[in-house]
Design a protein around this ligand. Structure first.
Ligand code: SF4
Length: 119
């Protein structure tokens, strides 16, 4: 099998291809550095993404606060995380980098605020 993709591990965005007969023999081509091989293999075996979203807050001047994960989480866990996020209602003050959800589903990744809201 073959899958073409764009490596998103850095801004260069190399067009890479992964070819495989089985999960133990994945060949990645088109990468300009070794991270592309890691990314290509991971996309086949267990794709992951950084999640960004917004959460309701109880503030007098802004209704939602932007949040993001501190790293990538498996694509299969994103829906569950977004469902949790969109049911949340946070009290202020919230500072940039405050942890909103710690260790999401035991991934070792946190959800953090990406701006501060004090009033
Ligand atoms: S293969 Fe390397 S250089 Fe190319 S986008 Fe991925 S990380 Fe960047």
């Amino acid at each position: 099998m073959k899958k073409d993709m764009i490596c998103i591990s850095c801004p260069l965005g190399c067009r890479i291809s992964a070819e495989w007969e089985n999960e133990n023999e994945i060949t990645v081509t088109g990468n300009k550095c070794p991270r592309g091989i890691v990314y290509g293999r991971e996309e086949i075996l267990s794709p992951k993404r950084v999640v960004t979203a917004t959460i309701n807050i109880n503030s007098s001047w802004i209704s939602r606060i932007p949040v993001m994960t501190t790293g990538t989480i498996p694509k299969g866990q994103i829906d569950s995380l977004l469902n949790k996020i969109y049911r949340m209602d946070l009290d202020i003050p919230i500072l940039r980098d405050d942890i909103i959800i710690k260790n999401i589903d035991n991934t070792g990744i946190d959800l953090i605020a990406t701006r501060s809201v004090k009033t």
